[in-house]
Design a protein around this ligand. Structure first.
Ligand code: SF4
Length: 568
């Protein structure tokens, strides 16, 4: 069996930044199995450090490797220096565990966490010598995608043998079972695709039809990953993650994740405490990350945090709670538990005025934020980060100026505390996402987003806050890629052929190459950015998202009412 890693010399690796990204052999790597019935490779189309922090990869890795008949390996996007080495030497991309070329696996599962990884997916297939289009794949691995950015699968339809819509951990084993049976029966790729389309949550471009979003109903009773691979290179999140619940019912009208992961399913406190102990034992990590979309909404959070504190394994053990909604209840919790990591406070008010927060159904008031700022005044929290969107539906300049007013109030409070608080503001253009009440809304154009951003920057130029923003063109592009139809696949392919990759990385993103891709394909961004009447058939309407379209429409109307001062 070929092991590609063995073909690369130490001298060659010395020229590469962080070669440990490409060597595998980490602690807790799944042991090799002789003659498995199926070889799967889990691909994360971004750098090792990001992929090794991705929870879906950890879940699938342990789920599949628990099976004695399945081997699951990992592969990530190589940084351009290592890609250049592979291409120069004519070597294909490979699975980290065995060094086996991707083209020799039975199936490749690709997680799509954000749209800006789409060109990386094509680069990975190309580097692996796997045809980009499902139509050209009569042998070799099947390529199956899933993840939040595949909730509208049309832009990637030409590339995928199948796309999973919704939760993946249950259906991934069902897919593997079908593939094992198909392999034994000697089925063709087309026959396999025809079989996979019968699984709930699996959409097959060759046989397009209706599909129902998959919901993992057994989540609460399921065992999370407890023996995760310890990265060779420090990952972006330096903690052992424990998913305490899935789903969020807050109903923020812009939030794709809120609708994608419904309904809310909580793991019991007693189980979580047991899992946490095992997880920390297996990984040697001293920090435990309590993960969910909105951790302060876990119904027994106080009990959980105190229970974890009592069951502490290591003297320096700490807990990090990355997605908190800030209110008095949360502050009381943070104050009462000494082992919670107190790095920084993060709020996502998203909009500058209460009127607009009502429009988007963001349930946080200015007073909530002010009271948290005051309550944590003398605490160890040194930084406060605030996220705002611009270009939201029904937004006016008054709402944008509201951002400035709110931040100035916070600066005044931060100035009086000891130690002083550093405030940073992150601005991003709103992107209307499929399966949200704002899926019909217009995407503000670049000039307008820039004008609104300048209002905030000018308003805060004499203040102490740091302001950063997302480049307007990226917002526009994300809008095209997330609300696109099948033609957008040609755009992604043209961009890849123009040399686009790592589009989420500032140093690699090339607006010129994407603009050329629009010209090459004759597509107009404006066709995808426009507002759409609710009577229009949307490219993703064939998906039963388990959130009725009528409900989304009603929510859109309520947003419009809130904009004019009515009840939301
Ligand atoms: S923005 Fe946060 S609180 Fe709102 S729906 Fe999304 S995940 Fe839930």
């Amino acid at each position: 069996m070929k092991n590609i890693i063995e073909n690369i010399s130490h001298w060659e690796l010395l020229e590469i930044e962080k070669p440990a990204r490409y060597l595998g052999g980490e602690v807790n790597q799944a042991p090799a199995k002789t003659a498995p019935a199926l070889r799967a490779c889990l691909v994360f189309p971004d750098l090792y450090e990001l992929g090794m922090s991705n929870l879906a990869i950890k879940i699938f890795y342990e789920t599949l490797n628990r099976r004695p008949d399945i081997v699951a390996e990992r592969a990530f996007s190589p940084w351009p220096d290592f890609e250049a080495l592979l291409r120069r030497r004519g070597l294909p991309l490979y699975g980290l565990e065995s060094g086996l070329p991707l083209s020799e696996f039975d199936v490749i599962f690709i997680t799509l966490p954000y749209e800006m990884t789409f060109t990386n997916v094509l680069n990975i297939l190309d580097l692996a010598g796997i045809p980009l289009h499902w139509k050209d794949r009569q042998k070799g691995p099947l390529v199956i995608a899933g993840g939040p950015s595949a909730s509208n699968p049309m832009p990637v339809a030409r590339f995928m043998d199948a796309v999973v819509i919704g939760d993946g951990e249950e259906v991934i084993t069902e897919i593997c079972d079908r593939l094992i049976a198909a392999r034994q029966a000697g089925a063709t790729h087309s026959e396999i695709r025809g079989d996979l389309k019968n699984l709930e949550g699996v959409w097959v471009p060759e046989f397009p039809g209706k599909v129902r979003r998959r919901v993992f109903k057994g989540f609460a009773a399921s065992t999370p990953p407890l023996k995760m691979v310890i990265p060779n290179v420090q990952a972006i999140h330096n903690r052992a993650p424990l998913e305490i619940f899935r789903g969020c019912m807050k109903g923020c009208r812009f939030c794709n994740a809120g609708f994608y992961y419904r309904p809310k399913r909580e793991r019991p406190v007693e189980d979580l405490i047991r899992y946490a102990t095992e997880l920390l034992q297996n990984t040697g990590e001293e920090s435990l990350g309590l993960l969910s979309l909105s951790t302060s909404d876990y119904c027994r959070l106080n009990e959980l945090v105190r229970g974890l504190d009592k069951a502490k394994l290591y003297p320096e053990q700490s807990i990090s709670i990355p997605s908190m909604r800030m209110n008095d209840h949360t502050i009381a919790l943070l104050d009462s538990t000494p082992h919670i990591r107190k790095g920084g406070l993060t709020f996502a008010p998203e909009a500058g005025t209460q009127r607009l927060r009502d429009v988007i159904n963001k349930n946080v008031t200015e007073e909530d934020i002010i009271s948290v700022m005051k309550a944590t005044g003398g605490s160890d929290y040194r930084t406060v980060k605030l996220y705002f969107m611009m270009g939201l539906p029904f937004e006016t300049d008054e709402d944008i100026e509201g951002i400035v007013t709110l931040v100035k109030r916070l600066e005044d409070i931060g100035r009086t505390t000891k130690p002083r608080k550093q405030i940073s503001i992150s601005l991003s253009g709103f992107v209307p996402k499929p399966f949200t009440p704002f899926q019909w809304a217009e995407q503000a154009d670049m000039g307008e987003l820039k004008r609104r951003r300048q209002i905030v920057c000018r308003g805060l130029e004499r203040g102490s806050s740091r302001v950063s923003w997302r480049e307007e063109y990226l917002c526009l592009l994300e809008s095209v890629l997330s609300r696109g139809d099948e033609r957008v696949g040609a755009l992604i392919e043209a961009a890849f052929k123009n040399g686009c990759k790592f589009d989420g990385w500032h140093e690699h993103f090339s607006r010129e190459k994407w603009e050329k891709a629009f010209v090459d394909t004759g597509l107009q961004a404006a066709d995808y950015l426009r507002s759409r009447p609710t009577s229009e058939v949307l490219p993703w309407d064939f998906i039963d998202f388990q959130v009725p379209r009528a409900y989304l429409e009603k929510e859109f109307q309520l947003a419009a009412q809130a904009a004019t001062g009515g009840q939301s």
